[in-house]
Ligand binder design. Structure first.
Ligand SMILES: Nc1ncnc2c1ncn2[C@@H]1O[C@H](COP(=O)(O)OP(=O)(O)OP(=O)(O)O)[C@@H](O)[C@H]1O
Length: 675
């Protein structure tokens, strides 16, 4: 409940729409109860054939007669030494006089307005019907205004929530991202936030309007007899208990339903993203079957939720009808027998008239209809509350890399953080000191790495698959923090630096470059939005991308499609290289960044890189011995450790893991170069 209310508090950012919505709800409720109340004089007029003025005058006369009667009775009592019975009678009669005086005051109060009505009973009914129609029309105008203002405030708050959620997701550290998974993060954006939005809509709309209607009608009924009203509402507490049991079931099933949606979306994503592989391996049927099963499970859970929600309807409907029936039976008993007591409990001061009983009955119906509608409100609120719980798991996720929330600096070094926050990392000296890391607690990927890359040095990290080469790059980008040891740039421990500052100093090209669904130019410019067109062209030429871009239908304005699916693997890599060059970084990391580029172009890129890497630190992760020519030294990793470094010829002799990987390749390379 708390997360939902916290999100709903955002409605307060739109005070105008919020107050308009509440005001309209109040107006609708007042008109709802007022319309029922307005039938009262019509009934009096129809049943007694009197005009409203006559009816008021008769009421006042009757009250005056009553007062005289009680005063005469009082006069019969002795002045002093009253018996207990006489004392009780005296108090009763005095209270009767007071109540009759109240009646006179009330009638006198409405008399000036009643005088404006026609004197003829038929025309009086006509006027009241016109008033009723006008009030109903006005009520409907307020209903529309209520809907518009509620929708406005809720949609604005939903938009804020979507933006807040997107910002949070974009700022997640990779460990949290791995834990939530893409499909869960997307499902919350597309589905859960929508449920929260619907929940807020009923919270601000119906859950304000309908209870207000109940309150107004409750006041109306209590005005006639508050004891009789309480008597007929005896059914309310057991109903509330039953509804709360059902709501617990609804909420529990809803939580499982969100997980079903996440699972289904995960399978759908997987099917769409891996379509070529699915078709190539003839896996269409098994994949469709899996999606079908997940959809089936989700559908079954939806039916279960609908069942529990549907169960709330008969409960409230029965409770409403029971309250109305009790009011009818009790009222009929009191009116027909002209009684004031029911089961020994006093219900009214004086016996009810038929019109009073009918209006009381009307007010009870007026209370039961909004109570019935509240079940829909309730189920939508439950759905919103369950969805808000899930969305909040992401919103409340603390980034372990959040610089602001990192350990506070020691008091004796108050300026160290400010200093590191401004550092542009000009030199680019990279150092891993006894660095240990695993993606999970039970996993060791890096096992005490010691590595120093001097400013302007170019190294190539090699090693068998899974030995932790890419993980080193991820730690350097501060996607994760080491569990032990440290990673420093220019001698500054990265845990003390805002990840954004770290990443600004580094250009990273991953094995499978990410492409945005935009033009070639936008993809090159990604991360350097202020770069000029000339800079974009220069970077593309350096990455040997310009030559293929010039052949595209719209050149730099060609759309690359989702994940760059209109480009080849090598073309995507060239664009990613151009993007990295354009940022003009202090440190360049190329993780298998050219493995899909044809050998001729790759050689041309290496030629360009020779110049480009001269004054900056450059770290290659590669299985290609061609890269070695560009490097000052080769670093060999094995089972999460740096086991050797040096020149290829020397490593071939001294480092078995290196020799195992590259002996054949290097031989072939040297004979090719000799030829
Ligand atoms: N996000 C992750 N969650 C859990 N384990 C991971 C994750 N990413 C990588 N790993 C594991 O960490 C280990 C090292 O992975 P890494 O990508 O650093 O290897 P690599 O040396 O770059 O391999 P390759 O040469 O195949 O690219 C592997 O065993 C891999 O399964």
């Amino acid at each position: 409940m708390k997360p939902f209310l916290r999100i709903a508090r955002g409605l307060g950012r739109y005070p105008l729409a919020l107050s308009a919505s509440i005001f309209c709800s109040l107006a609708v409720a007042m008109l709802w109860g007022g319309n029922i109340g307005a039938v009262y004089p019509v009934l009096e007029v129809c049943l007694n054939g009197k005009s409203v003025q006559q009816w008021i005058a008769d009421d006042i006369d009757e009250a005056n007669e009553g007062i005289d009667k009680y005063r005469q009775k009082l006069a019969t009592l002795p002045q002093a030494n009253l018996t207990e019975q006489q004392q009780a009678d005296r108090e009763d009669w005095l209270s009767e006089i007071e109540s009759l005086q109240d009646t006179i005051t009330n009638r006198e109060r409405v008399r000036p307005y009643a005088d404006m009505l026609p004197k003829d009973p038929f025309y009086t009914v006509l006027v009241f019907m016109v008033i009723l129609l006008a009030a109903t029309a006005l009520k409907n105008i307020f209903i529309v205004a209520n809907l518009v203002s509620t929708t406005w405030a809720v949609q604005k708050t939903t938009l804020d929530l979507q933006n807040q959620y997107t910002e949070k997701v974009l700022a997640l550290d990779l460990a949290s991202y791995d834990r939530f998974g893409t499909s869960q993060l997307v499902t919350h954006f597309t589905e859960s936030i929508e449920h929260v939005s619907k929940g807020m809509h009923v919270l601000l709309g119906a859950s304000v309007r309908e209870p207000l209607k109940i309150i107004v009608c409750g006041f109306g009924a209590a005005f006639i007899s508050w004891r009789l009203m309480l008597f007929t509402l005896m059914i309310a507490p057991p109903t509330a208990l039953l509804i709360s049991t059902l709501s617990r079931k609804i909420r529990r099933t809803l939580k499982a339903h969100v997980s079903d949606s996440v699972h289904l979306n995960r399978l759908v994503f997987q099917s769409v993203m891996s379509l070529p592989a699915i078709q190539a391996y003839g896996m269409e049927k098994p994949m469709a079957h899996e999606v079908d099963d997940a959809g089936d499970e989700r559908m079954r859970r939806s039916v279960k939720i609908s069942f529990w929600i549907a169960m709330t309807k008969p409960v409230t409907e029965l409770a409403g009808i029971t309250a109305v029936a009790v009011s009818l039976v009790a009222g009929a008993y009191l009116v027909l027998n002209q009684q004031t007591d029911l089961l020994g409990i006093q219900m009214t001061e004086r016996p009810l008239t038929i019109s009073q009983m009918l209006i009381f009955f009307g007010m009870m119906v007026g209370m039961s209809d909004p109570a019935r509608k509240l079940t829909d409100v309730y189920s939508n609120l439950q759905i919103g509350i369950a969805a808000a719980d899930r969305v909040s798991e992401v919103l409340d996720e603390e980034s372990r890399l959040d610089f602001a929330s990192a350990n506070e600096p020691s008091p004796d070094a108050p300026s160290s953080r400010d200093r590191t926050n401004l550092i542009p990392f000009k030199d680019g000296k990279v150092e891993f000191k006894s660095t240990a890391f695993g993606y999970r607690a039970d996993q060791t990927v890096l096992n005490g790495v010691d590595l120093c890359v001097q400013p302007g040095e170019t190294v190539c990290i090699v090693g068998a698959n899974g030995c932790g080469k890419s993980t080193l790059a991820k730690l350097l980008l501060r996607f994760y923090d080491p569990h032990e040891g440290s990673v420093t740039i220019d001698g500054i421990d990265l845990v003390d630096v805002d990840p954004k500052i770290v990443r600004r100093a580094i250009s990273f090209v991953a094995q499978t470059p990410a492409m945005i669904d935009d033009t070639v130019s936008a993809n090159v410019r990604f991360g350097s939005v202020d770069a000029s067109e000339e800079d974009v062209y220069r970077a593309a030429k350096l990455a040997r991308a310009d030559e293929f871009i010039q052949k595209l239908s719209e050149k730099y304005d060609t759309e690359v499609g989702f994940d760059g699916n209109r480009l080849s693997g090598g073309q995507k890599q060239r664009i990613a290289l151009a993007r990295a060059f354009l940022r003009n970084p202090t440190i360049l990391i190329l993780d298998e960044a050219t493995n899909q580029i044809d050998q001729h172009s790759e050689q041309l890129i290496y030629d360009a890189l020779r110049e480009y890497t001269r004054d900056r630190t450059c770290i290659f992760v590669s299985h290609r011995p061609e890269v070695f020519e560009l490097c000052d030294r080769i670093v060999v990793m094995d089972h999460g450790k740096v086991v050797a470094d040096g020149q290829p010829e020397e490593l071939l002799r001294t480092c078995p893991p290196f020799a195992k990987l590259f002996a054949a390749n290097l031989e072939m390379l040297s004979s090719r170069n000799a030829a």
